[in-house]
Design a protein. Sequence first.
Length: 435
Amino acid sequence: MKLLKTCGVTLALLGFTLGSVYANGNADKGAAGTSSSGKTKVTVWTLWTDTTQDVNSIAFHKALESAVKDLPDIQIEHDATENEAYKTKIKTAMAAGDAPDVFYAWGAGFVKPFVDAGKVVPLDDYIKDGTAAKLKGGANTNFTFNGKTYGLTFTQWVAGLYCDKALFDKYNVKLPNTYEDLLAAVKAFKAAGVIPITVGEKDRWPGMFWQNSFAIRTAGADTCNAALAGKASFNTPEFIRSAQLLADLVSAGAFVDGALGLTSDEAQALFLQRKAAMYYMGSWFAGNIAASDNGIVNDVVVQKFPTISNQKGDATQFLGGAIDGLCVSQNAKDKTAAARVTKYLMEQTARNLAKTGDGLPTWNTDDVVAAKTNPVADQFAQMVKGSTGYVLAWDTFLSGADADDHKNYVAAIFGQTMTPKDFAASMQAINDKNK
């Protein structure tokens, strides 16, 4: 999953790599660790290849540009690779001991193996300079292991049900607050010949959001987090119910035909083109909506994930969290310089997002005046007020093959080849083998 999308959004340019050198425009010709002008060279790898639509990527690239002036003694060499290819690239580099000085990572289960292998620098000593005070509470929770901080985030994400209010009004359909409302909306839109819900399950993670969120409603956030940590069982009625609710939606024809063959980009295009009434996706998608020129930004209403009656979770618990960040590699030739770059880029990226009214920055940006407002992003900010719990997308909490297995199990629910009981038992088998 890309968290975001970023956390997190899969880009269409598979295998595309974008390299940049930020040092007054001069390409590096110096020895390792220094540039030809005597500046300290810091290599940075990310997945931010898109400089036109992805709001996180745009904000990051603006931070790279301002770093030329604000960090005059450092030359940043940035290399970007799209989401899925990046995962392979960074894992391969880590295994070979060939990691860059600074690298993008998802927190929790993705970065933990690198931390456990001693390949990531703890940043606690580097953020005692006042940096820690600039961060909002819980900003680095998913990069904290054994009391030490191994990465800095810049934004958090939360999933929301994007609804095209114009379509709801046109066909006199009620916005869904409950699961029963959702089923009624699905039935009404199908009768009208409108795609009820679009999802790109070819990429696996978009459909996973649905089961993960049903589990938050049926089991509650605390139980979900406990099960993901191996401290509670997945093989319970609550988790079986989460898969059953998804299976029932599939059976009702809620999702776009051929969902298993659509990428996330193709699926989101159906919503942006106003061919689908609903799309469940991370808050980063608000930027894509604002960038559209068809007026959809004025018609989108963001709903909380539907509530489920007589279950343990409630509407104040969300799928999401702060999961995207930068880490410093133990390979870094100058760890102090690498830490300076990490702190600068994450804070400035957060501030750039605040300036454009996008995202949910994890840094204190109250002093930033937004140049414009994004009404969809504003809805997310209001939606999470009073939140009582978050659960990361399960594929970022789980590690490696376990994450892949989970996504494949959810895909099997979409494909109607796995029963809800088998889903829960298979998830618990993951925990059992890891004991």
